[in-house]
Design a protein around this ligand. Structure first.
Ligand SMILES: Cc1cc2nc3c(=O)[nH]c(=O)nc-3n(C[C@H](O)[C@H](O)[C@H](O)COP(=O)(O)OP(=O)(O)OC[C@H]3O[C@@H](n4cnc5c(N)ncnc54)[C@H](O)[C@@H]3O)c2cc1C
Length: 470
């Protein structure tokens, strides 16, 4: 009997699947970077069952790979190809434990799909202000483990900023129970923070208490055309001022990305009368029923157009038109896939230098990229840009992308870092960015990461090979 048999022997048969056809659905990452091997998928329904699984794996030295919705862009939830790891799917640990409307908080289990929690908050007359394109499949445990960003970071922060309390199973099977939904709790180290963004390498998150927000009484969405990218910073600052810091999303879309999407999907129409070099999808929200948000945004546009900072624009008249504008922003990745996929540089820089970054990085690809097509978009209001490159039409996408990653990507990352930025804004490290972390990570930070990993997971059973080299 090998170690994996010993773990499975410790567990009731209804806690795991071994049918290879079913198991195979958990073995390839979303972007198809990697297909791993695993004999079984463990599927706990309760925190106690997670504890039992982790304790057994610790006792027998079997590594575990926690998996949420498996939408990671960095192959962070995919087992190794050795076949010596077990996948731990959180999909059945999915109860909403409760909503405390007066406390503006929601407590839910890790396997809840993000959109389900958004609906639960909505049904309670409130709002969960975490939102990303994968909302229909990603799980809150995965969101916290990647410290997900998304489209509301500008006003509400990253996933980490929404966490009030956490419940998790540590690598030795101990339960960490700091789940109280408290806004003030200064009682020693804030230990929950090290599990947030740890990509499953320090324990299994089983439940969370999250901050909710008051539902928006007014939402104003605008699609703006911009000719001079240097105007972005001023437009953002002015938009925050006019709306009283109520900009929830400030999403950049380059002409190239929109053109790629319009060409890939025949049914779509350009939202403005003429193309422009750059666009911003801006959204402002307030829970106030009395603040004149629409008037504020209309005045903002009038001023920006008067100064020539914005050359054209449209305000969404109703929910349908808003959805159409957001569709354009959220379906750019599909257009990239239709063109053979892209090399994604998920970088962030201070917003003050973001226009300069886009200009200089574009020049790098124009000079060294052998005809690669740029697709630049992202949550630029918080300094995060997806600076993506699609293969030229005549090139074979796979080999072009490998070449670009080897020859050109380092120049793009060097530029971001030289401008005070980061090579990994919101997708995490997984296995895909380990080399980048080695290259750009602060040595003392890497030392601390290894020390924390060794202290909490000395046997290295939690998602080995991801985030931190041991
Ligand atoms: C269309 C699309 C749009 C996206 N947009 C964004 C975006 O705007 N912003 C953004 O940040 N990301 C985005 N992503 C990336 C991805 O959706 C996020 O990283 C998301 O938070 C991952 O959640 P998941 O449940 O799918 O996690 P998984 O992919 O299953 O896992 C991710 C990591 O978390 C670990 N993990 C999962 N659950 C647990 C748990 N309960 N306990 C411990 N570890 C766990 C895994 O081991 C792995 O390391 C997007 C992806 C897609 C496909």
């Amino acid at each position: 009997m090998d170690r994996i048999d010993s773990v499975l022997g410790d567990l009731p048969a209804d806690l795991y699947i071994t049918d290879p056809d079913v198991v195979s659905r958990y073995l390839t990452d979303f972007r198809r970077f990697r297909t791993g091997r695993s004999r079984a998928v463990l599927r706990p329904r309760t925190t106690a069952e997670v504890q039992r699984i982790v304790a057994s794996c610790a006792a027998h030295g079997v590594p575990l790979v926690p998996q949420g919705g498996n939408t990671s862009y960095c192959a962070a939830a995919t087992p190794s190809t050795q076949g010596d790891e077990l996948v731990l799917s959180l999909e059945r640990l999915n109860a909403v434990r409760g909503i405390d409307a007066a406390n503006l908080s929601l407590t839910a289990e890790a396997g809840c799909v993000l959109s389900v929690l958004q609906e639960a908050a909505n049904d309670a007359g409130l709002m969960l202000p975490l939102d990303l394109g994968s909302r229909q499949s990603c799980q809150i445990g995965g969101n916290l483990s990647t410290n997900a960003g998304g489209i509301s970071v500008l006003k509400h922060g990253m996933a980490r900023d929404l966490v009030l309390g956490l419940e998790a199973v540590l690598p030795d099977g101990q339960l960490l129970d700091v789940l109280q939904p408290l806004r003030k709790n200064n009682t020693g180290y804030d230990v929950k923070q090290i599990l947030l963004g740890a990509e499953g390498t320090l324990g299994v998150i089983t439940a969370v208490s999250l901050k909710l927000a008051r539902k928006a009484a007014q939402t104003v969405t605008a699609f703006l055309a911009i000719e001079d990218i240097d105007a972005l910073t001023t437009i953002l600052a002015r938009a925050q001022q006019f709306t009283g810091e109520n900009i929830t999303s400030f999403e950049y879309i380059s002409h190239h990305s929109l053109a790629l999407l319009l060409a890939a999907q025949d049914s779509l129409r350009h939202p403005l009368s003429a193309p422009s070099a750059h666009y911003v999808l801006l959204e402002a929200q307030t829970c106030s029923p009395v603040f004149a948000m629409e008037e504020a945004v209309a005045q903002l546009l009038e001023e920006l157009m008067g100064e020539g900072l914005v050359t054209d624009g449209t305000l969404a008249a109703g929910e349908q038109q808003r959805d159409r504008l957001w569709y354009l922003r959220e379906h750019i990745p599909e257009a990239e896939v239709a063109n053979g996929g892209s090399v994604k540089h998920d970088v962030s820089v201070p917003t003050s230098v973001l226009p300069a970054f886009i200009t200089e990085a574009s020049a790098i690809v124009a000079t060294h990229g052998a005809g690669g097509r740029l697709s630049i978009y992202g949550h630029v209001g918080d300094g995060n840009v997806h600076f993506n490159v699609v293969a030229p039409v005549e090139a074979e996408p796979g080999s072009y992308k490998s070449w670009l990653e080897r020859e050109v990507s380092p120049r793009v990352y060097d530029l971001a870092v030289a401008m005070g930025g980061s090579f990994g804004a919101e997708y995490g490290i997984g296995v895909v960015k380990l080399d980048l972390l080695d290259r750009y990570g602060d040595p003392a930070k890497l030392h601390m990461m290894r020390a924390i990993k060794a202290a909490l997971d000395p046997a290295g059973i939690m998602n080995p090979g991801k985030v931190v080299r041991t």
